[in-house]
Design a protein around this ligand. Structure first.
Ligand code: C2E
Ligand code: CA
Ligand code: CA
Length: 778
């Protein structure tokens, strides 16, 4: 400014001389004026140049700082630029938002000096912050914290970000160049503030954007933003993975367009999906949800939502999820829920559903529906003997066989361990159902190979028919089950159709259980004894103890009607112990009476045999009753030994060591062979009644019986024939060297007093037997 005025005032004397003075004066004046003017003009130019330069400082700063990519970089570029522009010896940037540990950005000043400066001009800084105006002064070196003793110019400039003071810039200059220009300093403060704030916000935005991108990339969903003209505006990494987008598509020229095409080409039904897309374009405001089947078999779920900017729809954001696995597992779960995993047949739930549907149909068409309930005989035995894997094999093969035996529309289901059910529709009355049942029995009966073993499996079948045997699925199933039970009771390997009387039987079974629980306490049991005749002496050498139940309402109940219930419920354990004690006590009494000593035979159920304290219990009973061990014989069945032969052998050994005799009951009905029995140290075996029954009519049974006797003898075992009812049977058995006979022909099971009588005075029948067959020993 001074220069401009200088120039104007320089010209005034120049013109004054030109207008009013003589030549000499004029020349002198001119020279003087020119001198003044030149200096003035020079000053003015200098001033103007300077002014221009200084006014560009803020812009320079904006450019310099704006080029920075990090806040730290911006700080140092700011200080560098200021040092350059103002020829500074030192500068520092004291910002409010600096973290406590942060190094204060400084130039030409170490951190100690910055700290020193900050404290020595604390009040000034505060004033500047409050007034938002810069302040400059000349300070001595102690205040300037300078090393030398020089005086320095100091400027404190407020950094203003959008009018808000954000800190101060301290500038130290030995020359003081421009540091008095407050307008300039304030401008610089604003420029620095705005730039830094901008950068800080950008930094935040960058942060936010990177977090957003990372979030999008880490989601399981492929996300894609589609804008006008089906152009893909952005997407996340997952999107590319899901659609298996090749690299070249992304780097290529018209990436977005070919990307859209690539995606559409993967969809199995492209036209349909494109139609859907144009529908959505028509009404851009709605959300959409679609399932997309891809050509490679995957299943995607696509959810889309309009993207709006200030209320205007600009595109659509798609979230695409790969649900292939989920869909598959849902299908598996559905299948598992309705199918049996082992055989892959429908399970009970599906069977019941289908039955219900079939019943509804049959009601309209007045057609019968048959429910066939099938249970494998002694399946537990197969499992126990051959192992569960073999059991599973048997179940699978039976399931497969059953499926081949029914018509296409019929259902075969596995509804429990070894239980199968069949739903037969359009059956032509009892006749054809009987035919189906017969076919099933025959098919299952065929020998099958499991592992290396050939085994024989049979089934018991119960049948219930709609409408006569039930009106709903549940009743029909229950009644078919009841009929199946009946088939089991009839000796297995047969089929029974339901009759209402069968239900009565089931009811009786249930009441049997509850009555049995009280029977011991109420002393409703009794032991009957059936004599055993010895071939060597033709004397009564033993008696089998057989339980009887005097039911308060039903009268005399035979073991066949309650032993199985007692076994199932475990009640057989206390009941069996009671029989044992009674038999031992009775036998001791007979001996004490001076009657010829006999062996009493007591049946042991498998359940009792498993009891850990069995041997101790028996020893206890013997001690308690005083009966010598050799007058007690225990009968076990083959089934008892099969489950755990090692264990059985050990228990048998312990019993024998004690002096108790052990025999195998019902020989020939189980799975074992004489060879198998060799490993147990037994005393005798009892040939099952079923062989004796037809001894004189069936050559087969006769052959088996004579062979069993011969082999048993060769193994050192005694043989008892049970169920001897006729003289012919006895003749045969005597002829083939059987050792002991038991059966109605010799004597029925009777109360203790009757056996006592027999022992005291052998009956006439025994006399006739004795005369017929002479004694072997005397
Ligand atoms: P089991 O051990 O085979 O007993 C022989 C069964 O055959 C007895 O039936 C007996 O009365 C019957 N019997 C004997 N001789 C003849 C005959 O000549 N002809 C005919 N038709 N039958 C004859 P019971 O007493 O009804 O016993 C049936 C089954 O109940 C027994 O078969 C046995 O397994 C079981 N049982 C009986 N008492 C007990 C017991 O105290 N404990 C255990 N665990 N089971 C017992
Ligand atoms: Ca027996
Ligand atoms: Ca028997």
């Amino acid at each position: 400014m001074v220069g401009v005025y200088g120039a104007i005032f320089g010209f005034i004397p120049f013109y004054a001389f030109v207008l009013h003075y003589n030549a000499a004066q004029l020349i002198i004046g001119t020279l003087i004026g020119l001198g003044i003017a030149v200096s003035a003009i020079e000053g003015a130019f200098a001033q103007m140049f300077k002014f221009r330069k200084r006014s560009s400082y803020p812009a320079t700063l904006l450019v310099e700082i704006g080029a920075a990519t990090t806040v730290e970089q911006a700080h140092s570029q700011l200080l560098d630029a200021l040092a350059e522009l103002f020829k500074l010896s030192g500068a520092a940037l004291l910002l409010d938002n600096a973290e406590p540990g942060d190094e204060t950005p400084a130039l030409g000043l170490d951190s100690n000096r910055v700290q020193c400066l900050r404290t020595s001009i604390g009040p000034q800084i505060e004033t500047v912050m409050k007034s938002r105006r810069s302040l400059s002064q000349t300070v001595d070196s102690p205040i300037a914290c300078a090393n030398d003793r020089s005086r320095q110019a100091l400027a404190v400039v407020p950094v203003l970000a959008w009018g808000r003071p954000a800190g101060v810039i301290l500038m130290l200059s030995p020359t003081g160049k421009d540091l008095g220009d407050h307008e300039l300093l304030d401008g610089i403060g604003v420029a620095a503030g705005v730039s830094l704030e901008n950068l800080r916000q950008q930094d935040h935005l960058q942060d936010a954007l990177s977090v957003l991108q990372a979030t999008l990339d880490s989601t399981a969903d492929g996300i894609v933003v589609v804008v006008a003209d089906r152009r893909i505006a952005s997407y996340n990494r997952r999107f590319l993975e899901m659609w298996q987008v090749p690299e070249h598509l992304l780097s290529g020229g018209d990436g977005a367009a070919s990307l859209a095409d690539w995606v559409l080409n993967r969809v199995e039904n492209r036209e349909e999906f494109e139609q859907r897309l144009s529908d959505l374009q028509g009404d851009g405001s709605v959300d959409s949800f679609d399932q997309l089947r891809l050509k490679d078999g995957r299943l995607f779920e696509a959810y889309s939502q309009p993207q709006t900017i200030e209320g205007n729809i600009v595109g659509r954001v798609w979230c695409v999820r790969d649900v292939t696995e989920r869909a598959q597992s849902e299908q598996t779960i559905r299948r598992l829920a309705y199918h049996d995993a082992l055989t892959d047949l429908p399970n009970r739930a599906l069977f019941t559903d289908r039955l219900t549907v079939a019943l509804a149909q049959s009601r309209r068409l007045h057609q019968p529906v048959a429910v066939v309930f099938l249970d494998i005989d002694r399946f537990k035995m197969i499992n126990d003997t051959l192992g569960h894997a073999a059991g599973d094999d048997v179940l699978r093969s039976i399931g497969a066989e059953l499926s081949t035996l029914v018509r296409d529309g019929d259902t075969v289901a596995r509804i429990g361990g070894d239980e199968f059910t069949l739903l037969l529709t359009g059956v032509g009355g009892d006749e054809s159902i009987a035919a189906v049942a017969g076919r099933i029995l025959e098919t299952i009966r065929r020998p099958r190979t499991v592992g290396e073993q050939e085994i024989h499996v049979t089934t018991s079948i119960g049948i219930a028919i709609f409408p006569q045997d039930g009106d709903d699925a549940e009743t029909l199933l229950r009644n078919a089950d009841t009929a199946m039970y009946r088939a089991k009771a009839q000796g297995r390997d047969n089929f029974q159709t339901y009759t209402p009387a069968m239900s009565d039987e089931i009811v009786r079974r249930v009441s049997t259980e509850s009555d049995l629980r009280r029977a011991l306490d109420r002393s409703e049991f009794a032991v009957y004894y059936q004599p055993q005749l010895d071939r060597a002496t033709w004397e009564i050498a033993g008696a089998e103890a057989l339980i009887r139940w005097h039911h308060p309402v039903r009268g005399l109940v035979l073991p066949g009607d309650f032993i199985s219930v007692a076994e199932e419920t475990g009640l057989i354990v206390p009941i069996g112990e009671w029989v044992l004690r009674a038999a031992c006590r009775e036998n001791k009494i007979w001996q004490d009476m001076g009657l010829p000593p006999i062996t009493v035979t007591v049946n042991l159920s498998a359940r009792q045999f498993q009891q850990a304290n069995l041997v101790a219990m028996i020893a206890g009973v013997l001690a308690e009753t005083g009966l010598k061990a050799r007058y007690l014989e225990l009968e076990i069945t083959e089934g008892t030994t099969i489950k755990d032969p090692e264990f059985a052998a050990a228990v048998i050994q312990e019993l024998r060591d004690m002096g108790v005799r052990v025999s195998i009951d019902d020989f020939g009905t189980g799975y074992s062979s004489l060879n198998y029995l060799k490993r147990f140290r037994l005393d005798r075996l009892k040939i099952d009644r079923s062989f004796i029954d037809e001894l004189t009519t069936s050559p087969n049974d006769a052959a088996i019986t004579s062979a069993v006797i011969a082999i048993a003898h060769s193994l050192g075992l005694g043989v008892v024939a049970e169920g001897v009812e006729t003289q012919e049977q006895l003749d045969f058995l005597v002829k083939h060297d059987c050792d002991t006979f038991q059966g109605y022909y010799i004597g029925r099971p009777e109360p203790a007093i009757m056996l006592q009588g027999l022992l005291q005075a052998p009956q006439v029948r025994l006399d006739s037997i004795r005369t017929r067959y002479p004694r072997l020993v005397s």
